[in-house]
Design a protein around this ligand. Structure first.
Ligand code: TRP
Length: 336
């Protein structure tokens, strides 16, 4: 692993699932790799989502995504954190890769089929989405991409795109590998059924108002077989225990489970414990977020510096790509 790249969607508030599934991982990789950990807020991609995209909110959401990741511990003086649209070389590489990518490969992407089936009119950008993602990754010659399993097919396509480019123009891009953090738990939604996700409306926000968090925790489903306080419960069937397991070590959890099996502990008490742990866990992030909100220039400056550092790498890759593709070599000043 020598260079890591990942894309962050500029969509709303982060929830526990994003945090434990992705951000913890970004922070750890950032600590290990410094400037070779590159994180991009994918605002170009955001345009392809006609439901979520809002012209009035895009800049604010980009800011918010940067702020949350910084609050969660990403150090923008060490890693590179930037907004995709501040590196227009991305779209240039995207076009060059588009010219080589078979239409059929894009049409068979399951996410494309999924999203397209829900729309009356399908924007071409939705089809191009994975090529833009490939351009993101390849522009920085990243070899490792920490993303969720749901992006595995897009990453496989990125590897094919890299391979095709290398075959045509000579060795240029590494074939990037998917990096799934083995320690990341699959965070369940507050419905206890599907994975926590914004589209399911089953999230617990990291910066969510405590009163609203408590309301959600209060309603978490318990073991459905446990009707009265005196009924013994099965912790494996209790969503409350599932959530507690994200915060408490097994040494603390095991005795609680034993009590629960013997009806020795009430659900309300467990929920209060969960609430307390949730607040304790999110407190430092909340504090840093509040500080950054009071100092927005810190966030904008981080994005500005990130853009400059990212663009330097991007320009160097594009110089190489443009030569290989065979564009006329004009003097530097005429090119840009
Ligand atoms: N498609 C990714 C997602 O939905 C976001 C993304 C865009 C991305 N470009 C990327 C992820 C490059 C990794 C690398 O989560």
């Amino acid at each position: 692993m020598t260079r890591v790249f990942s894309g962050i969607q500029p969509t709303g508030e982060i929830h526990l699932g994003n945090y434990l599934g992705a951000i913890v991982n970004y922070v750890a990789l950032g600590r290990a790799l410094g400037p070779d950990a590159i994180y991009c807020i994918v605002d170009y991609h955001a345009l392809t989502n006609p439901v979520a995209y809002d012209r009035e909110l895009l800049a604010e959401r980009t800011f918010e995504a940067a702020l949350i990741n910084m609050a969660a511990g990403l150090d923008p003086h060490s890693v590179i954190l930037f907004a995709q649209s501040s590196v227009p070389e991305t779209t240039e590489l995207c076009w060059i890769l588009t010219a080589q990518t078979p239409l059929g490969d894009l049409q068979r992407m399951t996410q494309f089929k999924d999203k397209a089936s829900k729309l009356e009119s399908v924007p071409a950008g939705l089809l191009m989405y994975p090529v833009l993602m490939a351009a993101d990754i390849l522009l920085y010659k990243a070899d490792t991409v920490p993303v969720g399993e749901d992006q595995a097919q897009h990453l496989e396509l990125t590897r094919e795109i890299a391979r095709r480019f290398n075959q045509t123009y000579g060795e240029t891009f590494p074939e990037p590998q998917l990096y799934l953090n083995p320690q990341a738990p699959r965070v369940v939604g507050i419905d206890g059924k599907s994975k926590m996700s914004k589209s399911q409306g089953n999230t617990l926000g990291i910066l969510e108002d405590p009163a609203s968090v408590w309301e959600k925790i209060r309603q978490l489903p318990d073991d459905p077989a446990r009707i009265r306080r005196s009924d013994p419960g099965d912790p494996e069937r209790s969503v409350v225990f599932k959530f507690l397991s994200y915060f408490l070590p097994p040494e603390t959890l095991t005795p609680l489970k034993e009590e629960y099996r013997k009806a020795g502990i009430g659900t309300l008490l467990l929920k209060e414990l969960l609430f307390q742990e949730y607040l304790r866990f999110t407190e430092p992030i909340r504090e840093r977020a509040a500080w950054l909100r009071a100092h927005p220039e810190e966030v904008w400056e981080a994005l500005e510096a990130g853009a400059q550092r990212a663009r330097k790498i991007a320009r160097s890759t594009m110089d190489e790509v443009r030569d290989k593709v065979g564009f006329a070599r004009l003097p530097q000043h005429a090119r840009r």
